[in-house]
Design a protein around this ligand. Structure first.
Ligand code: PXL
Length: 277
């Protein structure tokens, strides 16, 4: 049986349905062994809660890596999300190098911004530190805001295919190999995802749901990674992740006052069905 072992590196937000508390269950549901490296521990995520605690785990990373090397541990894939500091990004690059084997796939979600703004703890130094990590990855999964920060492009909510093509070209110039650009919306009623692989552009369009939820970027990237690891093409994985994310939003709409995250758990059977597991 093809049983893949994947490492995911991102924070634990104890409350808030994002990052590791989303990635671990989703990847496990996809049937892949999921190893974790928490980049930081926060009492909640940083979007909408105030006074959250933040324990940066950067300094633990070199020892964790040294132990894995001693144990000759390697991964079939490494997927990164929200990271705690610029210094940490350098360690992550080292982890890519030292825990990869032939055929290891690296996936970077440069989780740092949305709706035109950086998340509260980040600045342009962090954006600049993220660039070499994106360059190193086999797949980068930015939203339009993150893509704009990475390429110094103006963020726009009203755009056409030329704008998206330029954004993709600039990401390519930055050294990104394959890009899954999320939240690309060409009409008022639809949104979708562009899969830019080996210089080829493919677009998966679906209805735009009236409500959006915090944490759907993490749900999307985790489902994409899991589907890719189960042998789907990047385009099929992007499509499965989009359908699953929509289902999570629909479930969340049924829950009163669930403002801080998406209720991804009741939708897990849908993901398993989409994966035909
Ligand atoms: O990727 C979303 C995310 C993850 N982790 C933390 C966050 C956010 C978004 O705000 O604050 C800590």
């Amino acid at each position: 049986m093809d049983y893949k072992k994947i490492l995911t590196i991102q924070d634990i937000s104890c409350v808030g349905q994002c990052s590791l508390t989303v990635a671990l269950p989703i990847l496990s549901a996809c049937g892949v062994e999921t190893c974790v490296l928490p980049s930081a521990v926060l009492s909640t995520h940083t979007a909408g809660f105030s006074g959250f605690t933040f324990r940066d785990l950067t300094d633990d990373m070199p020892d964790i890596l040294a132990h894995w090397q001693k144990e000759t541990i390697f991964f079939d894939a490494i997927y990164t999300g929200y990271l705690g500091s610029e210094k940490q990004i350098a360690y992550v690059l080292d982890i890519f190098e030292k825990t990869s084997k032939d055929g290891t796939v690296t996936i970077v979600d440069p989780a740092m911004a949305d709706n035109g703004n950086l998340y509260s703890i980040f600045d342009m130094n962090y954006v600049n530190a993220m660039k070499p990590l994106c360059k190193q990855a086999d797949y980068v999964i930015p939203n339009i805001t993150e893509a704009c920060f990475l390429t110094d492009m103006e963020y726009r909510t009203d755009y056409d295919r030329d704008y998206i093509d330029t954004l993709l070209e600039k990401l390519s110039e930055l050294g990104c190999k394959n890009v899954i650009l999320t939240g690309v919306s060409y009409t008022k009623e639809t949104t979708g995802v562009v899969v830019y692989e080996n210089g080829e552009y493919r677009y998966y369009e679906h209805p735009l749901l009236p409500n959006s939820c915090h944490g759907t970027g993490d749900i999307y990237a985790s489902a994409f990674t899991g589907a890719l690891m189960r042998g789907n093409s990047a385009y099929d994985a992007a499509k499965i992740a989009a359908e699953y994310t929509m289902e999570c939003i629909k479930v969340t709409e049924q829950i009163p006052n669930h403002w801080y995250g998406a209720a991804f758990e009741p939708a897990l059977p849908k993901l398993i069905e989409l994966l035909k597991l």
